[in-house]
Design a protein around this ligand. Structure first.
Ligand SMILES: O=c1ccn([C@H]2C[C@H](O)[C@@H](COP(=O)(O)O)O2)c(=O)[nH]1
Ligand SMILES: [Zn+2]
Length: 192
């Protein structure tokens, strides 16, 4: 009985290793993006739409089937011109700084979702979400946050954000890329 079971396991292993091509000539490309690099890459590409001269943030929300359901970046609200509102950050007058006006990438992504909701989804985001975004992340039932930069870790809005996420039981972790850089070359498709 045991022998038979082992035999069938061996058989399955053999079948799963069958290749329908000559090893060297037809093997798949090795340098492809892993899923997480792809999702974070999309977040970074979206960030390139941002007009913020200092910090461009992109967000990409993915469901359990690895489908992208939402994308967003930091920018001014609809009908508020990029050229009318300020992009500075160090003015003594808070009304002359961007912070009062910019819609955060995570919020834009959640509001722009193309699914009914984002419950149980994972958020890939370039920068650790601030406390205001975390409130909305929690309320929209996102289950996990994967972030790239934690450059504002010492700031109260990040400390508060982590307290909120911890209390709500939402996991967060820093993204570890295999590829440090992803290059988009519009000419590459014409090669070979
Ligand atoms: O959760 C967040 C936090 C910040 N942002 C945006 C808002 C601003 O446009 C920049 C932060 O600017 P700094 O110059 O780094 O202070 O990032 C966001 O989209 N989501
Ligand atoms: Zn935010």
């Amino acid at each position: 009985m045991t022998e038979n079971t082992n035999e069938s396991v061996d058989e399955i292993m053999k079948i799963s290793k069958i290749k329908f091509y000559d090893e060297d000539e037809s093997a798949k490309r090795k340098d492809y993006l892993e899923w997480e690099e792809y999702f974070m890459g999309i977040a970074f590409l979206a960030a390139q739409r941002s007009k913020d001269p200092a910090t461009q943030v992109g967000a990409c929300i993915v469901d359990d089937d690895k489908k992208i359901v939402a994308i967003g970046y930091n920018g001014l609200p609809i009908k508020c011109s990029d050229d009318t509102f300020p992009w500075s950050k160090n003015s003594d007058d808070p009304l002359k700084n961007k912070y009062m006006y910019v819609c955060h990438a995570e919020v834009n992504a959640i509001l722009n979702k193309n699914s009914i909701d984002v419950k149980g989804c994972t958020l890939y985001v370039a920068l650790f979400p601030c406390n205001e975004c975390s409130k909305i992340i929690i309320q929209s039932r996102i289950k996990e946050v994967v972030f790239c930069s934690d450059k504002h870790a010492e700031k109260p809005h990040t400390v508060a954000s982590k307290r909120l996420l911890d209390a709500a039981g939402i996991k967060y972790r820093q993204f570890v890329p295999n590829h440090k850089k992803i290059i988009i070359d519009f000419d590459k498709i014409n090669e070979s």
